[in-house]
Design a protein around this ligand. Structure first.
Ligand SMILES: [Zn+2]
Length: 95
């Protein structure tokens, strides 16, 4: 049976393979691409829509049970990089 997680952005349930695990390390949100980092994790689609929605409603703070503001720079840069890589790099044909 496939594990299903709920995206903290759009609140849709999805197979964990299609979601990005996010953890908080020293109040910084870190993308955990291999889903191997210890501690609590939050799951979110790798889209700026879901990330923004999660940040707006402070879903990460709740899901990760951290107090205070989180540094989102790392994860925003990560998503930006993903988006850039998505453009014009379909030559290698990884679908
Ligand atoms: Zn989502």
């Amino acid at each position: 049976m496939e594990s299903v997680r709920t995206c903290v952005g759009c609140r849709t349930r999805a197979p964990r393979a299609s979601l990005l695990r996010v953890v908080a390390v020293d109040s910084t949100l870190i993308p955990d691409e291999r889903a191997a980092m210890p501690g609590r994790g939050a799951w979110v689609h790798e889209t700026s829509e879901c990330l923004d929605a999660a940040l707006r409603r402070r879903a990460f703070v709740r899901a990760l049970r951290v107090s205070g503001p989180l540094d989102t720079q790392t994860i925003e840069q990560f998503l930006q990089r993903k988006r850039l890589n998505g453009y014009g790099h379909e030559v290698n044909g990884s679908k």
